[in-house]
Design a protein around this ligand. Structure first.
Ligand code: CAA
Length: 380
């Protein structure tokens, strides 16, 4: 077993770090403060090839593995968790399902521009009464000749109005069919009957957009069904397994960024005549932070490796997401603690990091849902 990253992985890490520090860092606080999504940031991620990391060259990708993808999301998360979220929602949730389940025609039409970063993807599963209970969704799709007619409303959708291509889940069969009563569809922005509703005002990740997707007699071509009719719930669950790798990586990045900020501050901040880093109370905190970050990173790279090898990875994705998101929250909280009162002000980035961290325990399955997934698999 060799835990060293390849030269290609190290080079990717360096180039994403340079991008994050050079391009993202200068305006990360501004995007947070003024709550806006900057399409240019996404376009630049596309130009850097980040939107295509794990896809084959025939689809416009770089043909790298999911460890490379995790490294890229981690490096973005270290500086700008919103940018990490944009990429992760686009790639794991908005692009992978077409890569896995799309027909040749769907891949040519929809996958290539997503992989090349020319279009932005999104994933519409959540509804007002279908959060953790994803099967509770009521958005409906009915076949009418050569078209599906969509009716319903999705909420909290990441990449929101900024996206171009949406994977939307809807009921296509009666309740008795249970999980086989749902199907997945590809819906393009601009389709008549598809509009946007409420935009969320959020605690963190304010450099991303989240809003409602509204479908009112929205007619989409029959050929935009993704996978088979009745396969939608499985596609959603499988996609979320992969998405959780992205959230684990984003969480590792947030934790790393907060830890580095705390470490630097502790070396500079003088109290009782010496830097606070000389105090064992602070050293113990930094040591515990370093331990949890290392454990979270190893779990994240391990599940990314499993996915790249084609091994089962749903359990490992839930484990990595759970551990890394709880680490991000704990570490960001400790980083604020080490900064003392200054950490509570917007003069220091740890205040934003603590707010940005919270969502990692909530989206793509809450920590409670990760425990449900882990519990049910270990007891199977
Ligand atoms: N892969 C493939 N199939 C799966 C699966 C997986 N990981 N998990 C379950 N399934 C299948 C099961 O095998 C079962 O199939 P059969 O009906 O053929 O037996 C079917 O799906 C139903 O499974 P369950 O009975 O386990 O379903 P459940 O209703 O009990 O729900 C759950 C299971 C794990 C709680 C699931 O609902 C879940 O993951 N909920 C969380 C949803 C979630 O993560 N939402 C996040 C939304 S996206 C987001 O946050 C991003 C954003 O943009 C903001």
């Amino acid at each position: 077993m060799d835990f060293r990253l390849s030269e290609e992985h190290e080079m990717l890490r360096q180039s994403v770090r340079d991008f994050a520090e050079g391009v993202l860092a200068p305006k990360v606080a501004d995007r947070d403060e003024n709550e806006y999504f900057d399409r240019e940031v996404y376009d630049q991620m596309g130009q850097l090839g980040l939107t295509g990391i794990p896809f084959e060259e025939e689809w416009g990708g770089a043909g790298m593995d999911f460890i490379a993808y995790a490294i890229a999301v981690e490096e973005l998360g270290r500086v700008d968790p919103s940018a990490a979220d944009t990429l992760s929602a686009h790639l794991s949730l908005g692009t992978v399902p077409i890569w896995i389940h799309g027909t040749e025609e769907q891949k040519k039409k929809f996958l290539i521009p997503l992989v090349e970063g020319k279009k932005l993807g999104a994933f519409g599963l959540t509804e007002a009464n279908a959060g953790s209970d994803a099967m509770g969704m009521t958005t409906k799709a009915e076949l009418d000749g050569d078209e599906w007619i969509l009716n319903g409303r999705k909420i909290f959708i990441t990449n929101a109005e900024a996206a171009d291509t949406y994977i939307v889940f809807a009921r296509t069969g009666p309740k008795e069919l249970r999980s086989k009563a749902f199907s997945a569809f590809i819906v393009e922005k601009g389709t008549p009957g598809f509009s946007f509703g409420k935009f969320e005002k959020k605690m963190g990740l304010r450099g991303t957009q989240n809003c409602d997707l509204i479908f009112e007699n929205c007619r989409i071509p029959k050929e935009n069904l993704l996978g088979q009719e009745g396969q939608g719930f499985k596609i959603a669950m499988e996609t979320l397994d992969g998405g959780r790798i992205g959230i684990a990586a984003q969480s590792v990045g947030i934790a790393q960024g907060a830890y580095e900020a705390a470490l630097n501050y502790a070396k500079q901040r003088v109290q009782f005549g010496k830097p606070i880093a000389a105090l064992q109370a602070i050293q113990f905190k930094l040591a515990d932070m370093a331990v949890d970050i290392k454990a979270s990173r190893l779990l994240t790279y391990d599940v990314a490796w499993r996915k790249s090898q084609g091994l089962p990875y749903g359990l490992d994705a839930a484990i990595a997401k759970l551990k890394a998101s709880e680490t991000a929250n704990w570490v960001a909280n400790q980083a604020v603690q080490i900064h003392g009162g200054y950490g509570y002000t917007r003069e220091f980035p740890v205040e934003r990091m603590m707010r940005d961290a919270k969502i990692t325990e909530l989206y793509e399955g809450t920590s409670e849902i990760q425990r449900v997934v882990i519990g049910s698999q270990i007891l199977r």
